[in-house]
Design a protein around this ligand. Sequence first.
Ligand SMILES: [Zn+2]
Length: 293
Amino acid sequence: MIRYAVTHAELRQRINDIAPTWLDKARERTEAYRVAGNYVKPPSDIWSEIKRAYMDLQGYKCGFCERRLERSEFGNIEHDVEHFRPKGMVEQWPPASAPERANGLNFSLGAASPGLGYFLLPHEPDNYLISCKTCNTAFKSNGFPVEGARELNMESPRHTNERPLLVYPIGSFDDDPQKLIRFEGIVPVPAARSGRRRRRGQTLINFFGLAERDGLLIERSITIVNLHLALALASAGSTDPTRQIAQHMLQVLTSDRAAHANCARSFVALWEADQAGALAFSEAALGHLLSVA
Ligand SMILES: [Zn+2]
């Protein structure tokens, strides 16, 4: 995961640009949930109207696993609008069918709330992000582990004392995901040594299966081997035309819009500090690719 920088005003401007009446409709519906004291499923959803604003902001990537998704008109099929905090209920996590997902998490993960979700947030722009179908449907569903009590009646995720274990990557009011997760080669690890940030990093890795999903491991391996080649070639003689290509590839592979940017940035940082260590990770990534070729 990485952070997608945008201000409160810019995000709402992006929404206004593609759906000028959306924020008014959202306010109206939120008011109805407030009166009802719960989320009441309306006859039609409106969040898909603003999907493109989040797709563009996130560089057509899943906000959780950083897979690149389709940008064209077919992108609407691949991208899901995800409610970060579940709107209608909160399921127990880990699910009873997959208790192993909490392996190694020896801290409280919060209680389920079967009849009530975060009912004032179904139309809150700060509660949306785009995710792939695997992250959304197979892993996230209505789970939302927290430390301590839930604040189901919160009005804005910007102003809350709730302590979620997942992280919201849009804007800068939550932790920077790169302070929670870093990568050793293709393997995600908690970025912090102790404390709440470490617990969040551990939970995120477990929650989304980030260390196990084979598609992610293959894509990250390709990123790392490409980065290794680009880093080696970028320092070649200044007249070498290959050098320019390599330097541009370094930009492409580490930008916010690059798939697996957190993994790529961890590798570049290691290359700068410990080239032999980076080489070992590149060889391991290549070994992984050869093993599945
Ligand atoms: Zn994903």
